[in-house]
Design a protein around this ligand. Structure first.
Ligand code: PRP
Ligand code: URA
Length: 210
C-alpha cells in the first residue's frame, strides 16, 4: 500500500518554510515563521469540521447562517516543540481545548520516553489534533497516539511541518486511521535520526537552547 499524507503545498507555506530552514535564521524569526505557518496549517486541517445553521439577523433581514457544531476540538501538543505549532493554531481557534504530552527522544535508541500526560477527560468526545513540527522516525507521535487512544480518543489527526518518508510509513503502519498533514516531505533520515535536508533540532531552534 502506498503511504498516505496530506501535503499542504500552499506557496506562502513553502516560502516561509524555506526561510525557517536557513541556518542563519534567528530564534525570533524561526518562532514567528512557525506561528504563521501553523495558522495556515490549522486552516487546512479543520477544512472538514461539521457545520450547522442558526437563524441570525443581518441589518437587512433574517438568514440561516452556518456555524460550527459539536464539541470543541482539542489540540494535543507533543512537548516541547509541539508548542511552537500550537500558538498559531490557537490564534485561529481560540476556544479549542489543549492537551499536552511530554516526550523526548532517547538520543541512542531514538525511542520516545514519556514524562508528562494531561488531556481533557472527555477526549473521546472530541476531535483530537496532535501537533509536532517533526515526523522523523515517528516513534514520538506513535507513542503519543497510543496513549491518546488508551485515554479514549477515537477521532485523531496529526499535523507536522516536516515529515520523512520513513516516518510517514511508520505512522501509517501503526495508526492507519489517523489522517496526517505536513508542509513538506523531505528526503530521508540521517544516521542520528535527523531529517535531511530538514531544519535541525526543532525544539532547540524554537527555544534557542543550542
Ligand atoms: C523532536 C520533535 C519530535 C521528535 C520527532 O522532539 O519535536 O517530538 O523529535 O522525532 P521522532 O519522529 O524520531 O520521534 P525531541 O525529542 O527533540 O524533544 P523536544 O521537542 O523536547 O526538543
Ligand atoms: N527531531 C528534530 O527536532 N529534528 C529532526 O530532524 C528529527 C527529530
Amino acid at each position: 500500500m502506498t503511504d498516505k499524507i496530506n501535503w499542504v503545498d500552499h506557496p506562502l507555506i513553502q516560502h516561509k518554510l524555506s526561510l525557517m530552514r536557513r541556518k542563519d535564521q534567528s530564534t525570533a524569526g524561526f518562532r514567528q515563521l512557525l506561528r504563521e505557518i501553523s495558522t495556515l496549517l490549522a486552516y487546512e486541517v479543520t477544512r472538514d469540521l461539521p457545520l450547522t445553521t442558526v437563524q441570525i439577523e443581518t441589518p437587512l433581514q433574517k438568514m440561516d447562517a452556518p456555524v460550527l457544531t459539536g464539541k470543541k476540538l482539542c489540540f494535543v501538543s507533543i512537548l516541547r516543540a509541539g508548542n511552537g505549532l500550537l500558538d498559531g493554531m490557537l490564534d485561529l481557534l481560540p476556544s479549542a481545548r489543549v492537551g499536552h504530552i511530554g516526550l523526548y527522544r532517547d538520543p541512542e535508541t531514538l525511542e520516545a520516553v514519556e514524562y508528562y500526560f494531561k488531556v481533557p477527560q472527555d477526549i473521546g468526545e472530541r476531535l483530537a489534533i496532535v501537533v509536532d513540527p517533526m515526523l522523523a522516525t515517528a516513534n514520538s507521535v506513535i507513542m503519543a497516539i497510543d496513549q491518546l487512544k488508551q485515554a479514549g480518543a477515537n477521532r485523531l489527526k496529526f499535523v507536522c511541518l516536516l515529515a520523512s518518508p520513513e516516518g510517514i510509513h511508520a505512522l501509517n503502519e501503526a495508526h492507519p486511521d489517523v489522517e496526517a498533514y505536513t508542509a513538506a516531505i523531505d528526503d530521508r533520515l540521517d544516521e542520528n535520526g535527523y531529517i535531511l535536508p530538514g531544519l535541525g533540532d526543532a525544539g532547540d531552534r524554537i527555544y534557542g537552547t543550542r
